[in-house]
Write a protein that binds this ligand. Structure first.
Ligand SMILES: Cc1ncc(COP(=O)(O)O)c(C=O)c1O
Length: 431
């Protein structure tokens, strides 16, 4: 970018004091002088950008196409870049202290573009299971049509089990991506990222990050990120987000993000920019607004969930509550939680005594919580996975994953906890 258009560097420190992402969300990456002194970034609804000189156009294209990496990082065309999406990416990476972030039109666009970047016909994807249903479909139903193979291990697997799966995967072909999701939906089982990192180091000796023989580890961090889990700290290369959830946080947008190593995300950017799938300026702007309150919203939702779960656990009509705050001391899951998590989140499973009839009676009686799928919004949502999100999952797999008819999935919002408890108590009484 020519000097006159380059935003001035935003401070990340005051002296030796490192500023927290929650503070930096108010202005990081935005230079008011480039927008007539506007305190907040305007929305830039433009498809293309005017070059000051022909030579700039050449320079920017050399940078954006990778012909001469780093040649110029100017604004070119909104399928490649745009000020709102640039600021959003600059802010997203702060939450995990990452080198780079990329923004996408949806979580699934981020995930699909990631796969298209790293896997080729004949390659093998190793993944934890279960994954979000659409991610499983991309791997098992779509990528398989292009000769891509996959093998999975259960989310709570031990180091020895992961080692065994990697041996099996290597015998099937070139392992080009390790893809995790933690906690798994709807089981809430956590993946031991540190064990996966160690297993990769043992299975691919001599490799190094960026080598084709060294599969990147990507992990869907939608459920706990970015406040309650930072898998990059445990050695993951890329953290994957449906920004539709906690980052967007108001159930009014759809977007996705990848955060992690620059060398890897540069490769993903090339595919995204060619294929399309970048986050549009309006959505990016809404996300900038949402990120300013991310910590407040997630903290409040987390505190609410702890209170609501404590109430539900003791209720006679509840069988169990699958909440990360209730992991058994001394269990392997609790050990992973203590090493990997900074909070128990606000999305959990409530198993009611009974079956579908009881689950539906409970859901139909809710007055504050809304009966809808999705999570991470300011409002509390509740749904029945067996009859809704996981309806098409075969019965034996449903049974193995604990997706029973009496399961209600709940995402707690930022309402007053006491009102939510009153709502749940009333609904339980209606069963
Ligand atoms: C864990 C997880 N990953 C990915 C996605 C897909 O995100 P999006 O709906 O933004 O495409 C979802 C959506 O529910 C999700 O729950």
């Amino acid at each position: 970018m020519t000097e006159s258009r380059r935003p001035k560097e935003s401070a990340t420190h005051i002296g030796n004091h490192k500023l927290d992402p929650s503070t930096l969300m108010m202005g990081y990456g935005f230079d008011a002088a480039l927008s007539e002194g506007s305190l907040k970034p305007p929305i830039f609804p433009t498809s293309t950008f005017v070059f000051e000189r022909a030579a700039d156009g050449k320079l920017f294209f050399e940078g954006i196409t990778g012909r001469r990496p780093g040649a110029g990082d100017g604004l070119v065309y909104s399928r490649f870049n745009n000020p709102n999406q640039n600021i959003l990416e600059d802010r997203l990476k702060l939450w995990e202290d990452a080198e780079e972030s990329l923004a996408f039109s949806s979580g699934m666009t981020a995930i699909t573009t990631l796969f298209l970047t790293f896997v080729r016909p004949g390659d093998v994807i190793v993944h934890s299971g279960p994954l979000y249903a659409a991610t499983e479909s991309i791997i098992a139903k779509i990528l398989s049509q292009f000769g891509i193979k996959y093998v999975d291990f259960p989310a709570g697997a031990t180091r020895a089990e992961i080692d065994e799966v990697l041996v099996r995967a290597k015998a099937m072909g070139n392992v080009s991506l390790i893809y995790l999701e933690s906690p798994a939906n709807p089981t809430n089982a956590l993946v031991d990222v540190e064990a996966v990192v160690a297993a990769r180091a043992a299975a691919f000796t001599g490799g190094a990050s960026g080598d084709d023989s060294w599969p990147p580890i990507a992990i869907d961090n939608t459920f706990l990120g970015p406040l309650w889990a930072r898998p990059i700290d445990q050695g993951a290369d890329i953290s994957v987000y449906s920004l539709t959830k906690y980052a967007g946080g108001h159930s009014d947008l759809v977007a996705g993000g990848l955060t992690g190593k620059k060398a890897l995300l540069d490769k993903v950017r090339m595919i995204r920019n060619t294929m399309g799938g970048i986050c549009d300026p309006n959505t990016a702007w809404m996300l900038l607004r949402s990120l300013e309150t991310l910590e407040l919203r997630m903290s409040r939702a987390g505190e609410n969930a702890a209170k609501v779960c404590a109430f539900l656990r003791d209720h006679p009509k509840a069988e169990t509550v699958g909440y990360l705050g209730f992991l058994e001391l001394g269990s392997r899951q609790k050990d992973i939680y203590d090493r990997h998590c900074l909070g128990a989140g606000s999305t959990f499973s409530l198993y009611l005594k009974g079956g579908e009839r009881e689950a539906f009676a409970f859901l139909d009686a809710l007055k504050i919580a809304k009966l809808a799928v999705s999570l991470g919004g300011t409002e509390t949502l509740a749904s029945a996975p067996a009859a809704m999100t996981h309806l098409s999952v075969p019965d034996d797999r449903k049974a193995a994953l604990g997706i029973s008819d009496n399961l209600v999935r709940i995402s707690i919002g930022v309402e007053k906890a006491e009102d939510l408890i009153a709502d749940f108590e009333n609904a339980l009484n209606a069963i």
